[in-house]
Design a protein around this ligand. Structure first.
Ligand code: GBH
Length: 460
């Protein structure tokens, strides 16, 4: 391991920090907000660590001005946050809630006054429960309503928000939400999850159309491509990597950047989607509209091995069982998430994306990167998170290497500004560069905050 360095980025490179609504806002029953699928799911016994919910979270809804001050002192050029759709449309469609719009309006003005460019994510997983009750992402109507909601937001904030992200990590919404049930709405449906993948992409397309109609400056989508490494050099494990890549990555990137679902093995999501009756004429043209950037969230590589079908009986098998299993990396450091730390895979992933799509790959923003560590408050009241500093330094160095190799990367947003509600893992995992004491809501900048602050200052 090298000691932390301060890699140098070109002029104009954007340094930022990111959060998401349900993970930080709290105030779930205030300001006219309707329930989201995460309110429902987090209340389901056994769904989240110790039954944790986002009811209070970081109380950002009330403390947003203090949090903007933290961002200002950090020196970031941009802040990525998400809008809670159920604050805007408590029923997911129809009447707009003025108090919800006002909250984001105040946040945007506070950011601009601090000299920080807002980057808005329209969907970071908190679907209005009312829409889930009508089928959620299984049904096309949700995609159409998402387009309407995008238009509402652009009309209100489009004059002041330069960068718009339609969806965050649709793989998580689709696969974790509807196939394995580890995220809201907690469905374990196998094949119907294919429809959710397609409808998320169609929803993205409708949102792009709506945002373009309002003339916003930059439109993109955030994906979480995996870097899959074969467990051994065997043909079987290498074939498993192809299946994992197809299901996790190409199902999203091929329609977006190549205008077609991936054609490879016959039991991958891509080919199955091709055969489904939920497809409509014109969908791929809608999905593949040109974007100004693609957001990439990257944390860690995945090692995969060939695996048998989960069900011996062919009639029981689902379209989302692609016969690969994740196996543990050995000989590398692991974060508190038990994720392997292998920074050079960040370079490899970005270079591979560029190689696959060439000029069809839009400029890249790293919309999330960071680590959960076993942080402790020292006797001096500080958090000396040397592991996180090392992680960030090494990943920014790997990012710089990808840029030297020809990948057009415009910005980097650290995940996350604050410790927050880590979904099914509740408050047990801390990703912040600022510690949050959940008893008092006191914020304490960690050593990683100071390190990032210095990195940014060196670029002025
Ligand atoms: C991103 O998800 C998200 O965009 C962000 O909200 C999240 O906080 C961050 O990364 C860190 O995880 O729920 O038991 O299946 C990346 C996908 C989703 C992977 C949550 C880890 C927790 C395990 N992450 N998942 S579980």
């Amino acid at each position: 391991m090298t000691s932390p360095t301060f890699p140098a980025f070109p002029e104009g490179f954007v340094f930022g920090a990111a959060t998401a609504s349900y993970q930080i806002e709290g105030a779930v029953a205030e300001g006219g907000r309707g329930p989201s699928i995460w309110d429902t799911y987090s209340r389901t016994p056994g769904a989240t660590y110790q039954g944790h919910t986002g009811d209070i979270a970081c109380d950002h809804y009330h403390r947003y001005a203090d949090d903007v001050t933290l961002l200002k002192e950090l020196g970031v050029g941009s802040y990525r946050f998400s809008v809670a759709w159920p604050r805007i449309q408590p029923q997911g469609s129809g009447p707009v809630n003025p108090a919800g719009l006002d909250f984001y309006d105040r946040l945007v003005d506070e950011l601009l006054a601090a000299g920080i460019e807002p980057a808005v994510t329209l969907y970071h997983w908190d679907l209005p429960q009312a829409l889930e009750d009508r089928g959620g992402w299984r049904v096309r109507e949700t995609a159409e309503l998402f387009g309407e909601y995008a238009g509402i937001m652009a009309r209100r904030l489009g004059d002041r928000v330069p960068r718009w992200i339609t969806l965050n990590e649709p793989w998580c919404s689709s696969f974790l939400g509807y196939s394995v049930g580890r995220h809201a709405p907690g469905a374990k449906e196998g094949t119907p999850a294919l429809a959710t993948a397609h409808h998320l992409l169609v929803g993205h397309g409708h949102a792009v159309t709506a945002l373009r109609a309002e003339g916003v400056r930059e439109v993109g989508i955030t994906l979480n491509p995996d870097w899959n490494v074969p467990a051994t050099d065997s043909a079987a494990d290498r074939a498993a990597v192809v299946r994992a890549d197809t299901q996790h990555n190409l199902v999203w990137t091929d329609p977006l950047f190549a205008g077609a679902y991936p054609a490879s093995e016959n039991d991958t999501w891509g080919e199955l989607i091709e055969r489904q009756d939920f497809r409509r004429e014109g969908d791929l043209a809608l999905i593949s509209q040109p974007l100004d950037f693609v957001g990439v969230n990257y944390y860690r590589p995945t090692m995969v091995a060939d695996a048998p079908y989960r069900e011996a009986d062919p009639a029981q098998r689902t379209a989302t069982d692609n016969r690969y299993a994740e196996v543990a990396y050995t000989g590398v450091r692991r974060t508190a998430m038990n994720w392997p730390v292998v920074p050079e895979t960040f370079t490899q992933l970005l270079v591979a994306l560029k190689e696959r799509y060439g000029d069809a790959l839009p400029p890249v923003h790293i919309t999330e990167n960071g680590s959960a560590e076993h942080d402790a408050v020292s006797g001096d009241g500080e958090v000396h998170d040397a592991d996180r500093v090392q992680y960030l330094s090494d990943h920014l160095t790997a990012l710089r290497a990808a840029m030297d190799a020809g990948v057009d990367v415009r910005g980097y947003y650290v995940w996350s500004l604050l410790d927050n509600f880590e979904w099914a893992l509740g408050y047990a995992k801390r990703f912040g560069i600022v510690r949050v004491d959940y008893e008092t809501q006191k914020r304490t900048p960690k050593d990683s905050y100071r390190w990032y602050q210095e990195l940014i200052a060196r670029h002025r």
